[in-house]
Design a protein around this ligand. Structure first.
Ligand SMILES: [Zn+2]
Length: 247
């Protein structure tokens, strides 16, 4: 449906609008100012999903409840038709997810969510490069999400590649080494630990990126210190669908 020149143009135009909004907001926040008036209004006036205006702990509990429904095969029926009009005017997701691009890990399914509920940034290996960080800053500064979940998963191919690069000096083609080099420091940290290295690296990569979000972003750190934002980690288990939230 969306492979025509018109749709490609619309997508490019939409992306430019997003980048303009994102940039002006980031600059305002970085300068210590409030959000620009229009964006502040969009965030506070008549949120399209009032049920998503929750505190960080409630947001985390909602993720856990949704995952419970997904695991047990009792997911809700989501009405994509009737929710469409309300979401044309804005968005106020109740959580952001930094997840892996793996086709088997779908956050909206995993947490039994509808559109407008999750702001999802995905890259193979679920790590926070500058583009991921900027996306999450947008979610925090403009959309006001109260929760960020860094979501890894077992049997992750990107982490496995980093493990092989570290332990066997494996080489990869194209731009894949860019992924590997981002993940390798987490692998190195657990290289000498007992147990399965891939599993340990998957968990360490999540923990490192939970820490990195606040360390590398003033926007995210300030929101967390103000109690408006919580950052948590989790690992999705393919066999059961259950997300193990990390302490
Ligand atoms: Zn993965």
């Amino acid at each position: 449906m969306c492979d025509s020149k018109f749709c490609m143009h619309a997508a490019a135009s939409s992306r430019r609008s997003f980048l303009r909004s994102s940039l002006s907001t980031a600059l305002a926040v970085a300068a210590g100012g409030a959000l620009p008036g229009g964006l502040a209004m969009a965030r506070t006036a008549s949120p399209p999903k009032p049920q998503n205006v929750v505190d960080p702990d409630t947001a985390l509990a909602r993720l856990a409840d949704g995952n419970g429904r997904y695991v047990s095969g009792k997911a809700l029926r989501h009405d994509f038709f009737h929710e469409r009009p309300v979401l044309t005017g804005g968005q106020n997701p109740y959580a952001a997810v930094l997840g892996c691009a793996d086709s088997r890990i779908v956050p909206e399914y995993t947490f039994d969510c509808a559109r407008g509920d999750l702001f999802v940034a995905r890259v193979a290996g679920n790590f926070a490069n500058d583009d991921m960080l900027g996306s999450l800053e947008y979610a925090v500064a403009v959309l006001g999400v109260p929760l960020i979940l860094v979501l890894g998963h077992d049997k992750c191919g990107a982490i496995d590649a980093a493990v092989k690069a570290v332990t066997q000096s494996a080489q990869f083609p194209g731009r894949i080494p860019s992924l590997v080099s981002a993940i390798a420091p987490s692998v190195e940290k657990v290289r000498g630990a007992a147990g399965n290295l891939l599993e340990a690296a998957i968990t360490q990569n999540v923990r490192d990126n939970v820490a990195a979000l606040a360390e590398r972003s003033d926007i995210i750190r300030d929101a967390a210190q103000a109690g408006k934002l919580r950052i948590v980690g989790g690992v999705y288990h393919l066999a059961t669908g259950r997300v193990e939230f990390l302490a």
